[in-house]
Design a protein around this ligand. Structure first.
Ligand SMILES: [Zn+2]
Length: 174
C-alpha cells in the first residue's frame, strides 16, 4: 500500500471518509502502489464494481486519482488504469480549511450584526425585521417571540475561528 504515513493521520481519514462515504472508504483507505484497474480493486477488496468506480470517480474529481485508458486491440474494450495521487491531500485540506475559516467569519459577522427573536415552542428563529412584521408573535403557533441572545454562539464561533487561524497560520483579525 502507498501513502501509509498520510493515511495514519485521523484528519486525513476523516477527510477521505467525508468524500467517498462508508461504501467507498475501503477503496480510499488502501491505495495500491502504481496503477490498478477498477476490476482488480473490486476483486481484491471484495466490493461491487459500481461502488469501486463511484469512489474512484470522487477521488478523481478531487484531484486525488487519475487514470489512463487502454484499448484492447482485439475486443475494442477500454481498460481504465488508475493511479492514486494522495500527494495532493495536504493542499486540498488546507484549501478546505481556508474555505471554512472564511465561511465562519462571514457567518459570525451576520450573527453579530443582527438581532434575533425566538419562538421557544417551535424553536424557530426570526431576524428582527421578520419578528416585527409578525407583530412579535410566532406565525406558526401564535406564541410571543422573545429576544434571543446569540452571544454564546458568537463566542463559540470565535474559538473555532481562532483554532483554524492558528492551524492555517493566518492572522485571526486579518
Ligand atoms: Zn411558535
Amino acid at each position: 500500500m502507498a501513502f501509509e504515513d498520510l493515511l495514519e493521520d485521523p484528519v486525513i481519514q476523516k477527510y477521505l471518509h467525508e468524500l467517498v462515504g462508508p461504501t467507498g472508504m475501503p477503496v480510499a483507505a488502501a491505495p495500491p502502489d502504481g496503477e490498478v484497474t477498477d476490476e482488480e480493486l473490486a476483486e481484491e477488496l471484495d466490493l461491487e464494481l459500481n461502488d469501486v468506480r463511484r469512489a474512484l470517480f470522487i477521488l478523481y474529481e478531487n484531484d486525488l486519482a487519475s487514470y489512463r485508458r487502454l484499448r484492447d486491440e482485439d475486443s475494442g474494450w477500454l481498460t481504465y488504469l488508475w493511479t492514486f495521487e494522495y500527494e495532493n491531500i495536504p493542499e486540498n485540506l488546507q484549501e478546505e480549511m481556508y474555505r471554512l475559516h472564511d465561511a465562519l467569519r462571514k457567518r459570525q459577522e451576520y450573527e453579530r450584526n443582527h438581532e434575533f427573536y425566538l419562538c421557544e415552542i417551535c424553536s424557530i428563529r426570526f431576524e428582527f425585521g421578520e419578528a416585527m412584521d409578525f407583530g412579535f408573535e410566532c406565525p406558526e403557533c401564535g406564541s410571543p417571540l422573545d429576544s434571543m441572545d446569540n452571544g454564546r454562539l458568537v463566542t463559540a464561533m470565535d474559538e473555532r475561528i481562532d483554532a483554524l487561524a492558528e492551524e492555517l497560520n493566518v492572522d485571526a483579525d486579518a
